[in-house]
Design a protein around this ligand. Structure first.
Ligand code: PEP
Ligand code: MN
Length: 363
């Protein structure tokens, strides 16, 4: 594949900004005018919004395309919007939208990607492809291939994080190793970090943007709104154009050699795997304690003491040997299991005492 860049390379990151959704002509133009002063590369606004549940604001539709045309004529900025089916593509092209993007909920579905690809055939409009919702690199690559096979040469990708189970502090976990691997396989591909959808909240937008720069990403896509708290979608993660300008100014840009980048990419790859595993471990331990609580109540109701040595010996024996099979020493397994067991006992004791106290109160 001979993928060509969408943006002309500068000695600073590519910057894409604009509201999550176009809400009104005024909101779109106010945001665009403020961002035009910051020399951004591309103005974004969602017109058709894929919302997780019906009833949320689903975008203003076609009328928003007229507002984007106005952004072009009044500010000179280039504009982009999300397309998810052939009608979106036709409408967007008819209105002179400069760049199209595929959202995470589209990339996940090869039927939709193919429909968009078919509609793009014969055009040369640049396309940005967000990662699929689930951490599946092949699905992401498949979408790139479908769009490329339709004759589109100017393609970039947007990393917006991945869906996950349990609380990680992110709206979508970054799993940096996946975009890094994509870059390794397609070295010419420009890669943009959508810190807004990774973070889901304002306070960590800057850290994630900086991390993307440290990993040699080509640019940022950040949702900006003149009145973020009152945005009709994704209010918690949007920032004003002014705050966005400060965020970009504060970024520390790498001047490292390729070797340094490779070293830090590998390290980040491995560390992010460890972080994810640690998070999973903690979530699993939390779930184990929830079950211990249930057992505590059950034992109390049936008047059974907390500690049952036979059961405990059984666990020790069984799990130590399982641990050894995956390279964990007997000494480590014994410390780990004892600590987990002790925490379970504490949990059970607490729920039993609490329940007993309540029984006493009831008399
Ligand atoms: C968006 O960019 O507003 C959007 C809907 O993003 P995603 O497809 O990443 O969820
Ligand atoms: Mn959004």
């Amino acid at each position: 594949m001979n993928i060509k860049p969408i943006f002309t390379k500068k000695d600073r990151p590519i910057v894409i900004a604009g509201p999550c959704s176009a809400e009104s002509e005024e909101q779109v133009l106010t945001t665009a005018k403020a961002l035009a002063q910051q020399n951004i590369d591309l103005f974004r606004a969602g017109i058709w919004k894929p919302r997780t549940r019906p009833g949320s604001f689903e975008g203003v539709g076609r009328i928003g395309l007229k507002w984007l045309q106005k952004v072009k004529s009044e500010t000179g900025l280039k504009v982009t919007t999300e397309v998810a089916n052939k009608d979106h593509v036709f409408e967007a092209l008819k209105h002179g939208i400069d760049v199209l993007w595929l959202g995470a909920r589209t990339t996940v579905n090869p039927f939709s990607v193919q429909e968009v690809a078919d509609a793009l055939e014969g055009t040369q409009v640049p396309v940005m492809i967000k990662n699929p919702i689930n951490p599946d690199l092949k699905l992401w690559m498949g979408a790139i291939e479908r769009i490329y096979n339709a004759g589109i040469e100017h393609i970039a990708v947007i990393h917006r994080g991945f869906s996950h189970h349990g609380d990680t502090g992110y709206r979508n976990v970054p799993r940096w190793q996946i975009p890094i691997e994509l870059k390794r396989q397609f070295p010419n591909l420009e890669i943009i970090c959508d810190n807004s959808h990774i973070c889901g909240r304002r306070d960590i937008l800057k850290d994630v943007a900086q991390k993307a720069m440290d990993l040699n990403f080509d640019g940022l896509m950040t949702e900006t709104h003149p009145d973020p708290d009152n945005a009709w979608s994704d209010a918690m993660q949007q920032i004003t154009p002014k705050v966005f300008g400060e965020l970009v100014d504060d970024l520390v840009l790498r001047t490292s050699t390729t070797d340094d980048v490779l070293f830090s990419e590998t390290l980040v790859h491995l560390r992010s795997e460890i972080d994810e595993i640690d998070t999973e471990l903690i979530n699993i331990l939390g779930r184990r304690m929830e079950i211990a609580d249930k057992i505590g109540l059950f034992k109390k109701d049936n008047n059974i003491p907390i500690l049952q040595t036979t059961r405990w010996n059984e666990i020790l024996e069984k799990q130590v040997s399982k641990g050894q099979k995956v390279g964990l020493s007997e000494a480590f397994m014994s410390i780990l299991l004892r600590a987990v067991h002790q925490e379970s006992i504490n949990h059970q004791a607490e729920v039993m005492n609490k329940a007993q106290l309540e029984d006493l109160k009831k008399g």
